[in-house]
Design a protein around this ligand. Structure first.
Ligand code: ADP
Ligand code: MG
Length: 701
């Protein structure tokens, strides 16, 4: 086999050499020709057009001017903080401004010399300026080469210092392309390319770096996005197909005593249509002979617990055990209590296992698990410890799955020789595109309907200065018999300070709401489990009026009588977290409120988040907004998914291409699950190449 020229180390490219090679590796992870080829521009700018100073407006993005530089001045006394210069053309004057690089720049410009200045104009009072412009001397050759689609590559300070700014990188690509263009092989099947009218690969890669004209550039971008998303979806769907082929699923053939007597005697309410629909989907999965891997998405309070319970009963009726894993001790305790209550009188053995289970108790539980005496085990991470084994685990329910890592989930998988069915529940609604990618190998069910009789939560934004008014409102609500949460942020980086805020906040609340008329609870992660539990219980039982807490109460806590959620420093929380917190109220029949307290000065982003909360109660809408504001990289769970490695496609923006790519991948796998047909040779090869290096975690979710 011939050596692949694309694997050539980058130092062998003309213009690179050992020093630059070193930087390229360290700074941007470019080791080979191929890596450089796949460093795509993140934007294209028009460098063919010149503006006049008089035509500048605030909303122009990047502009290019021709004129003279004079009046260079350093500001800030001994320690220069700023340098300015005057730029003029025949129509007016603007200021150029720098905040660093003075030493080098202050003597760099010659008078009476015409320069090209490029940058983004900012308005400052009645005048305009350009900060850190790109500047070069006018020369006819340079101007004739200026493209209307000049690629912009992201670079770093260190690379720039070695001449590898955007333009330097473009030059390297100019050296690279002629050397490799005849070695660029197709990565997609002929029929896909012709059916979808995609640009061939060689043309695509040349055009992405050196666009000929806008239409071709757009086609090149579209092809690369499609290709990237297609192989990602192919991998996810193949994981799913492989699993379906390889693994047998336990059959939950009969609905028996447990299920029926629960349904007839214990079910405390009529199921919503959405709950019924999901139960049907689960029923059909567990009858299919395939192993179920299903993600259940449902907004906070949509009633996922009852679905989990009825699913576990299906397992029990067929002689299997069931377990449910929750991310925190508090949540596990709560599940335990509510499930005990729900299944009261049904002669089902339910136990709880957490980190704080006493040794002797733990030994007893482990024994009864293996003997099969225990039917349902509820717990935390403690469930996945080595020595926990079941007699015949039929189904695993994982609650609030985003709290668990992939590896932790995989451990549960290993608990039986044949993997159990898996139902993963999340109350963090995930935008559809993200779900397709993050959970692309799972089946997805959605509960898109809240139980009847819930009033929409009213969300209000208040500045800190309105605190007295908020205290007044709290008193009114307590008079009406309601309970109130007051939540403070607690972030690792600022933990000490945050704890102090929380404690100060608690004190001021106790002062405003004194004993014996008012009882205030406090819960945070630093308290001992027993104290936490005691305080929680007081609130759950309605013995305290106000619960001051950190986000430990974020997940799952269910106190229907609590109808006011006050979130302190709301600007510091992410959107999905705000929505989660808000979901702690609105669980009973009373009108509920969420009050977002913020400082007076808010960043633009914070304003948008607060506004989104005030405007919408819909978790899916909020999630879409979150994705748009933050991008996929910051959303919980995405770090481990590989989608943050996407080079050109954008999950938030390329929804259409993503769906399309998924459909194409699905069609191919339906006909050829092993990708072994001649027709699919090219994509099979590409697929192997892409995923050769990536370790394939055994996923159960
Ligand atoms: P989540 O989806 O957030 O886990 P839960 O399962 O805790 O929601 O349910 C929230 C509340 O709604 C609980 O008090 C539960 O008893 C109640 N609930 C669930 N389903 C229904 C229903 N169909 N009708 C009325 N109340 C319901
Ligand atoms: Mg829940």
């Amino acid at each position: 086999m011939s050596v692949d020229i694309l694997e050539t180390p980058i130092e062998y490219l003309k213009g690179v050499g050992p020093q630059r090679a070193d930087l390229l590796k360290k700074e941007v992870g470019i080791f080979t020709f191929k890596d450089l080829l796949h460093l795509y521009p993140f934007r294209y700018i028009d460098r063919s057009k010149f503006y006049f100073v008089k035509d500048i407006t605030e909303d122009l993005p990047y502009i290019q001017l021709k004129g003279y530089i004079s009046n260079i001045q350093l500001h800030g006394g001994k320690r220069t903080t700023r340098m300015t210069a005057r730029f003029s053309d025949s129509t007016g004057i603007i200021e150029l401004i720098w905040f660093k690089g003075f030493k080098w720049l202050k003597d760099a410009f010659k008078p009476e010399t015409e320069y090209i200045v490029f940058g983004k104009p900012n308005r400052f009072g009645p005048k305009y300026n350009i900060a850190h412009p790109e500047i070069e001397i006018v020369n006819p050759e340079a101007i004739s080469q200026m493209s209307s689609m000049q690629p912009v590559y992201s670079s770093t300070e260190k690379l720039k210092a070695k001449g590898l700014d955007s333009r330097g990188i473009s030059k390297l690509l100019g050296n690279l392309i002629p050397r490799i263009e005849n070695h660029l092989q197709e990565t997609l099947n002929e029929d896909i390319i012709s059916q979808l009218k995609l640009l061939p690969r060689k043309e695509t890669l040349i055009n992405i770096h050196f666009p000929e004209e806008p239409h071709t550039l757009n086609k090149a971008i579209a092809r690369l996005k499609f290709e990237e998303l297609f192989f990602l979806q192919l991998s996810l769907l193949k994981t799913k197909t492989d699993r379906e082929i390889k693994l047998k699923g336990y059959l939950f053939k009969d609905l028996g005593d447990s299920f029926h007597s629960f349904f007839n005697n214990n079910l405390p309410f009529e199921l919503t249509n959405a709950q019924k629909k999901v139960l049907k989907e689960i029923r059909s999965d567990t009858l299919s002979g395939k192993q179920m891997n299903r993600l259940l998405q449902g907004d906070v309070g949509s009633g996922k617990t009852i679905v989990a319970v009825m699913t576990m009963l299906m397992a029990l009726d067929n002689g299997f055990q069931a377990c449910i894993m929750a991310p925190t001790e508090i949540l596990a305790q709560q599940h335990y209590k509510s499930i005990l209550k729900l299944l009261n009188g049904l002669n089902i053995s339910i136990e709880i296992l957490t980190g704080s289970t006493k040794q002797a108790e733990r030994r007893r539980i482990l024994g009864e698990l293996i003997s099969g005496k225990i039917n349902i085990l509820i717990g935390t991470h403690a469930l996945i410890e080595e020595d926990v084994s079941f007699k015949n685990l039929g189904i695993v329910v994982i609650d609030e799955q985003h709290r668990f890592g992939v590896a932790q989930r995989a451990k549960l998988w290993e608990k039986t020789s044949n993997p159990p069915h898996v139902l993963v529940m999340t109350a963090t609604p995930i935008p559809r595109t993200l779900a397709m990618t993050l959970y692309g190998d799972l089946d997805v069910s959605v509960i898109d309907e809240l139980p009847p009789g819930r009033k929409a939560i009213k969300t209000i934004h208040q500045y800190d200065s309105a605190r007295l008014k908020v205290f007044g409102f709290m008193k009114e609500q307590i008079k009406l018999g309601r309970q109130i949460y007051v939540v403070y942020p607690l972030i690792k980086e600022s933990e000490k300070l945050d704890l102090k805020f929380l404690e100060d906040g608690y004190e001021s609340i106790v002062r405003e709401f004194p004993l014996p008329k008012y009882i205030v609870s406090i819960v945070h992660g630093k308290l001992k489990t027993a104290d936490k539990e005691y305080e929680m219980q007081r609130f759950v039982k309605g013995e305290s009026h106000i619960m001051v807490a950190t986000t430990v109460i974020e997940v799952g806590i269910d106190v229907p009588n609590a109808s006011v959620m006050i979130i302190e420093s709301a600007e510091r929380f992410g959107l999905s977290q705000l929505h989660q917190l808000r979901g702690r109220v609105g669980r009973g029949a009373d009108q509920s409120y969420c009050i977002l307290m913020t400082g007076n000065k808010l960043s633009n982003d914070a304003k948008q988040r607060i506004q989104a909360m005030v405007n919408s109660n819909d978790g899916f809408e909020i999630a879409e907004m979150d994705l748009k504001l933050r991008g996929p990289g910051d959303i919980q769970g995405t770090q481990q998914s590989g989608i943050v490695d996407l080079k050109i496609a954008d999950i938030a923006k390329d929804e259409k291409i993503l769906k399309f790519a998924r459909d194409v991948a699905r069609n191919i796998l339906e006909k050829d699950p092993e990708l072994s047909s001649d027709n699919n040779k090219t994509i099979a090869q590409t697929f192997k190449k892409i995923y050769k290096h990536k370790s394939r975690w055994s996923r159960i979710s």
